[in-house]
Write a protein that binds this ligand. Structure first.
Ligand SMILES: [Zn+2]
Length: 180
């Protein structure tokens, strides 16, 4: 950040009184501009024994596969955001189910929250950010072509829980990128 979004004056990076981390502070109006982690919401939509996967049509990780997920918007619930992302990326309507995974992606200052979900009908199509959408059985998942480590973690826990007949939730931390 170079300029204050409040008044347009240059900002400086400094620790505000009573704080413990440097923030962008306006040299003119005194506004403090915080940058905090972002929430990414997603789901694993299931239809019978198969789950929905999207092939990314955009960077990063263009051409790789992912569960439908994206940044939460202001005013949304986590479940609402997960369902919206599924509709935007896969044109599929879901009922959001139990909490599946919370991935602290500390290297990117993001938290990824993933839910189980049920497809309301086997109706789907690529949204604007996807080039392909497919229903995959467990043995068809393109594990080597998954876009993000958080999605890999999510799917492995999903299938392990499903095989064991339970719906647990799982936490992990990704402190550094697993791939360049
Ligand atoms: Zn200002």
């Amino acid at each position: 950040m170079n300029f204050c979004s409040n008044c347009g004056s240059p900002v400086v990076s400094a620790i505000p009184p009573g704080d413990h981390l440097p923030r962008f502070m306006c040299s003119s109006c005194g506004a403090v501009h915080y940058k905090n982690p972002l929430l990414v919401l997603g789901c694993v939509p299931q239809w019978e024994d198969r789950i929905l996967q999207c092939r990314r049509a955009i960077a990063p990780r263009l051409g790789y596969w992912t569960v439908p997920a994206g940044f939460m918007e202001n005013g949304e619930t986590m479940q609402g955001a997960a369902a919206r992302e599924c509709y935007e990326e896969a044109m599929a309507q879901v009922e959001i189910g139990s909490l599946l995974a919370v991935v602290n992606v500390t290297h990117a200052s993001q938290v990824h929250v993933m839910f189980r979900a049920r497809l309301l009908a086997p109706v789907f199509a690529p949204g604007a950010e996807s080039s392909e959408v497919e229903l995959y059985a467990e043995d068809q998942i393109p594990w080597e072509e998954l876009a993000f480590p958080s999605g890999d973690f999510t799917l492995r826990r999903f299938f392990a829980d499903r095989a064991a007949g339970r719906e647990d939730y799982h936490f992990t931390e990704l402190a550094r990128p697993l791939r360049p």
